[in-house]
Design a protein around this ligand. Structure first.
Ligand SMILES: C[S@@+](CC[C@H](N)C(=O)[O-])C[C@H]1O[C@@H](n2cnc3c(N)ncnc32)[C@H](O)[C@@H]1O
Length: 211
């Protein structure tokens, strides 16, 4: 099966986005900025909605595209907070402009700095944590996420397939090694019930135990 074709088809069945969100997609396509895209955004929105999430913490939020999907779910779940974190001040400002235009201004808390450190310092617990930072940072982020999610909370993490490099025996890069280690940690720990949904670049979906 042709994966690029599948991804394009899955993106194509997502309902049309409001103009501001569509403009963010066009901007990402034009500049090559790595956003989760419509099909993965729709999965994130659905999972947050199904889980009834009202407090979401994002690690690696970019210019706010993934944040917008979570903010929509939180708004429809009755309101709450979505934490946007990115180390680049200009990206944070761009996100603020977009998310305000989308009508989510009141829902978002902006942190500029290192995302894992921001999570350490944040008041939890959170219903849902979304991980999309530099891939080498994934394994060390896990215990911090574990400590900030509520029992039964949801962890979503992007890029677990890493364009297929994850199962390429020749690939020994730091990023790939970190993603393999992260996958091993989550899938071998009985505290998590986890799988990887092979949408776009692979979305890890993991539920923290109630105990
Ligand atoms: C993949 S992009 C985020 C895309 C975003 N989640 C979306 O789908 O719209 C990751 C962003 O997080 C930033 N970043 C990476 N690692 C980070 C870290 N440890 N702390 C803060 N920001 C980080 C990157 O500079 C980049 O802007």
């Amino acid at each position: 099966m042709d994966l690029a074709r599948l991804t394009a088809w899955l993106d194509g069945i997502v309902p049309p986005r409001v103009p501001e969100l569509a403009a963010m997609e066009a901007q990402a396509a034009r500049t090559g900025f790595p956003i989760i895209g419509p099909a993965c955004g729709q999965v994130c929105y659905l999972l947050a909605r199904i889980a009834g999430a009202r407090s979401v913490f994002e690690l690696g939020s970019g210019f706010g595209y993934s944040t917008a999907w979570f903010a929509r779910a939180v708004a429809e779940n009755g309101g709450g907070k979505v934490h946007h974190t990115v180390r680049d001040h200009a990206l944070s400002e761009r996100a603020r402009t977009h998310l305000t235009a989308l009508g989510f201004g009141e829902l978002i808390h902006y942190h500029v700095g290192e995302s894992v450190q921001a999570l350490r310092e944040a008041d939890g617990p959170f219903d849902l944590v979304f991980l999309d930072i530099d891939k080498t940072g994934y394994p060390d982020a896990l215990p911090v996420i574990w400590g900030r999610l509520r029992p039964g909370g949801l962890l979503l993490a992007d890029n677990l397939i890493w364009s297929g490099r994850i199962f390429d025996p020749e690939d020994a890069s730091e990023e790939t090694a970190a993603l393999r280690e992260f996958t091993r940690l989550v899938t071998h720990d009985p505290a998590w019930a986890a799988t990887i949904v092979p949408i776009r670049d692979g979305l890890l979906v993991a539920r923290l135990t109630d105990e």
